[in-house]
Structures are given as C-alpha cells and as structure tokens.
Ligand binder design. Sequence first.
Ligand SMILES: C[S@@+](CC[C@H](N)C(=O)[O-])C[C@H]1O[C@@H](n2cnc3c(N)ncnc32)[C@H](O)[C@@H]1O
Length: 293
Amino acid sequence: MISSISETANWVAWYRALESARPEPLFQDPWAAALAGDRGRAIAADMRGLRDGAGMVAARTALIDRMVADAVTRDRVDTVLNLACGFDTRAFRLDLPKHLRWFDVDGAHVIERKRAVLEGASPTCSWHPLVADLAEAGPRREALQLATNGAQRALVVTEGLLLYLHPEQVAALATDLNAQPAVAAWITDLLSAEGQRRAAKIYETPFAGADIAVRFGVDDTEEFFSPHGFAEVESQSTTREAHERQRLSRLYTWIFAVMQLSASGRDRMERSSRVVRLKRRAGCNEDSARQTP
Ligand SMILES: C[S@@+](CC[C@H](N)C(=O)[O-])C[C@H]1O[C@@H](n2cnc3c(N)ncnc32)[C@H](O)[C@@H]1O
C-alpha cells in the first residue's frame, strides 16, 4: 500500500485536507489537498477502516498548532526546527512573528514537492526548506548545526516521526538535539508502549512492502528522555482531544467511553497517544543565558 516512508507525508496531508473541508474544521490548511495529491488520497482510501486515522491526525495537528503557537509566544522562540516536516504547512498558516526562522527538514523528494506546491504562497515567518537524511548521524548533525546557527532559543518539532524509529534512533536524535545549546524545547507526538504494540499490529500489512513499522512507544518519558537531557513539561492526550472534538468513529467513541469507567482504563486510553512538550533539563548543556525565566 505504502511504498516508502516519504509517502506517509502524502497520507497524513490528505487527512488534513479532509479536516479542512469539514464544516467546522479544527484548522484550515488550504494547501493540504494539493500537497497530498492523488497518492495521499489513494493511501487514505486503502487505510479506510483501520483505526481512526483521519480524526487522530486532525486532533494531533490541532494540539501541536496550539503548543507551537504558545511556545513561540511564551518562550521567546526565535527558531523552529520542524524535523521530518513532510507536507506540514504551519510556517504558512499559523500566525507567527515575521522574524521567526522556521526550518522545514525532510528528504529531497518531499522538500522538492513542497517547494513546488507552495511556490507563490507567502510564509508568515522566515521559511527555510532544508534537505537532510535524519537517519544518518552526519547529515542530521549538519542540519541541526545549520538551523541553530545564530539561534538563541530554538524549538524542535517532530510530528509523526518518532513512532517509526527504533528506540536507539530516538535516543541518538535526542542526544544530538541536546548537543545544540540553542535547543530549548521539543514538541512531539508519542505513543505509549501499549499504543505502539496496537498500532504496529494494525499497520503491519499496509506497511509491509515499505520496510516501515511502528517501532517506538514509551511509558516512562522521564526514564527514556532524561539521560538525553530532556524532561516532559506538558502532555495532551490526542485520544481525548479526538474524542472531545467528536473526531472518533462510533466504535472508538464507545471504546473510549468504556475505558473511562476505571481510572486505570482512562489513563491507559489517554496516554496511548499524546502530544508532549519536552524541555531541556536544567544544566544539560544549556547556556545559562538562554534559560527560560
Ligand atoms: C508521517 S510523515 C509526517 C510528516 C509531517 N511531520 C506531518 O505530520 O505531516 C513522516 C515524515 O518523516 C519523514 N522522514 C522519515 N525518515 C526520514 C529521514 N531519515 N530523513 C528525513 N525525513 C524523514 C518522511 O519523509 C515523512 O515526511
């Protein structure tokens, strides 16, 4: 169904196109349909019936929109590194400070298509598309160095990336981010271990031909991220957001309701899919002048 990891960008862009076409959308992405293209629409059609993909992606996008906007305003962020950006268009559709430098980083194929579709559109900030293979330590570090050069407070965004990585790859990325003193915070979606196991099973067949798998889920973020210099400071449940915004199917709405009957069930459900904000731990390679007041 999916032939390469880069096609997951078309897939989720199509879900944003669907959300944008709803009567009361959680966000408006006028470029999503063009970016997703026929490939995005076809993949989404093949995936129909598997999980609540469209509603969960819409909820995740809305949560990250809010967290990014808050972080930029509150934490005086001057640079955003949107790693594995895919066809995300936040640099064009969020109300951002003109001086904010926004780096969209992905593989060549995605960045070329993104440039072509967005040609003529006006970013709301200073937009810098950047090609890099984030799986390779050398190019990854070069991209991080380039994007943080001259930055005082950088925010990293990874959306729809970590779940596809092996835990060692997530750890390597975290270590490289920690090595850049300007990186102050990191917003990312995260699955719990149970959420990862469930998603891995659901997507096993559609991902089979593309050497993609849902590989990363974590229950104890402190234990995992702390050795790499990051601490969780904010968490929002994507599942809850999708439920509250009525973006879950009947079946999942029912499952959600049943899980609410016990505190542990509620906790498991809400933590199965989250968006979190991680902050550099005090004293972890941070230039003290850059600390949040
Ligand atoms: C599910 S998409 C998410 C895209 C985007 N963040 C979003 O939420 O719409 C995963 C993205 O990760 C990118 N990606 C995966 N492995 C990568 C790598 N080694 N280097 C750069 N980008 C990568 C893919 O090209 C794709 O755009």
